[in-house]
Design a protein around this ligand. Sequence first.
Ligand code: SAM
Length: 251
Amino acid sequence: MSGKLIFQDLSSVPLQPGTLYLVATPIGNMEDITLRAIRTLRDCDLIAAEDTRRTGLLLKRLGLVKQQVSTHKFNEAKRSSDIVSRLNQGETIALVSDAGTPGISDPGLRIVEAVLDADLRVESVPGACALIVALTVSGLSTDEFHFCGFLPVKSGKRASRLSDLLKLPGTLVLYESPYRILKLLNELLEAVPNRQLVLARELTKKFEQIHRGTAEEILGLYLNKKPKGEFVVLIGPATELPMNKPSEDVR
Ligand code: SAM
């Protein structure tokens, strides 16, 4: 993607002083960034980034050189007061996470709370979010869905959380790491062997795959290979019957 090409289309609407902008960035495909996101990153006074090196690569692609400050889960509380104080001086700050929408299984909430507590403005610059991408391609019901982020890692808490979640109506959407995805599928095989599952892997990337089927059918795909990449797991409503046969979309 050429940053220069896009820049001529950007409007010159000024950012509003004293505002925290939550800027969504791509979750894979680097074209998935809005013109408004690029303009906000270009025009803000400071970028608060989960990982300044990673955001640095995005900025380089966009042809931008900007001041960044690292804002991750270990310094979010302390960083909030610096951000509030800079916003109080009329600065504009863009908050970005490594990928997707800040605050969704990513740092952001504490900063948003601190900014709102200080009676300052928070504005969203929306864009990619893995849960919405996965849900909309899944074919599962979108009338009611519950996004549950990552399950706890420790087995006791994990089992009770999963059992509570499986009682909810509607579609469940979970994030899971490649190291625990088979564990989760085995837990689902045990708990809800007949529910319709969708495994959305490497969304928006070159090797995107969407697998649909029961837990047993999806586990069958990993008999001889190790799961790699990023995954969203969707569990269809209890009332939704499993499809007749597993299906797969591969990009
Ligand atoms: N803030 C991000 C968002 O808006 O979706 C989520 C960040 S969370 C730390 C990372 C998790 O999101 C991954 O472990 C995976 O479960 C999911 N994820 C992010 N990008 C993905 C992708 N391209 N394909 C599938 N899952 C993805």
